[in-house]
Design a protein around this ligand. Structure first.
Ligand code: IPE
Ligand code: IPE
Ligand code: MG
Length: 265
């Protein structure tokens, strides 16, 4: 949750006319449409997942180029286990093979990888691979790339509530002291700012249990392109759309304009 000071600094950023473009600090993406992309071409759904890896690479590289701080990609939701076993298996294999191939490239681009979600549901081998990839990129200071795997927004809030309950039961936290910051601090990745730009490809206009708490004030952007079609140009179009928006955080346009004038002189 943004406090008053953060809102002021957002507004300050809006007022800085010397900036060529306002770049989001954190972009979150629901990479949707792999299955339909494949079906449209008479291919099995899993071919769509393989094709989607190319878009991941393009978007990661564009994020680095634009100086975006955090990119969070929804790769597998807590609900995706309900899919046919054969598709789930291919997705797991794809996780493993992609990690193996991409880690070196991430290091070259100074990208720090993190996997977020309830990882206990994955095989020991895959969990170990996630940990190894995080360790191999842990020293990198460029883009933070968060891959959400077996992630669900409700799961995230629920595990935060559980942690709070433990602290209360242990006598370390008074119920009256619980505020939004208490909850935010116990979510999966409390050290990164909330998403500024939330993209979904594939034409659907829903959030599908992605970052529910964290996206409270995210700018939503929906693309009709299927994920394998979403390339560097499509990503830049989303960034340009974001740069044109006025974020108000509950204030009026007039307040934003007045504050920008005061800063800009
Ligand atoms: C997104 O593409 C990838 C995952 C959910 C793993 P889909 O597989 O949902 O593709 P569509 O929505 O069926 O086209
Ligand atoms: C959301 O896509 C999850 C991921 C992209 C990983 P889905 O395809 O699972 O979402 P729904 O089921 O259409 O809402
Ligand atoms: Mg889908």
């Amino acid at each position: 949750m943004r406090d008053a000071l953060q809102v002021t600094s957002e507004i300050t950023a809006i007022g800085q006319g010397d900036r060529p473009k306002r770049v989001p600090e954190h972009v979150a993406i629901i990479m949707d449409g792999n299955g339909r992309w494949a079906n449209q071409r008479g291919l099995p759904r899993t071919a769509g997942h393989r094709a989607g890896a190319k878009s991941v690479r393009a978007v990661v590289e564009e994020s680095v180029r634009h100086g975006i701080g955090v990119l969070t990609l929804f790769a597998f939701s807590s609900e995706n286990w309900r899919r046919p076993q054969s598709e789930v298996t291919v997705l797991m294999e794809l996780f493993m093979s992609t990690l193996q191939v991409e880690v070196q490239r991430l290091v070259e681009h100074d990208v720090r990888l993190r996997v977020i979600g309830d990882l206990s549901a994955f095989s020991r081998r895959l969990q170990a691979q996630f940990r190894d990839a995080e360790a191999a990129t842990g020293q990198n200071r460029g883009l933070t790339l968060q891959v959400a795997a077996n992630y669900g927004g409700r799961w995230d809030v629920t595990q935060a509530v559980r942690a709070i309950a433990r602290d209360v039961a242990a006598g370390q936290l008074a119920p009256e002291a619980i505020d939004e910051a208490t909850v935010a601090a116990r979510l999966s990745f409390p050290d990164v700012p909330d998403p500024d730009l939330f993209i979904r490809t594939g034409g659907e206009k829903r959030i599908s249990n992605f970052l529910l708490w964290q996206s409270a004030y995210a700018e939503l952007y929906f693309s009709d392109l299927m994920w394998p079609e979403f390339d560097a140009d499509a990503f830049c179009a989303a960034l340009n759309d974001f740069a044109r928006r006025q974020r108000r955080f509950g204030l009026t346009s007039e307040q934003i304009a007045a504050s920008a004038n005061a800063v800009g002189g």
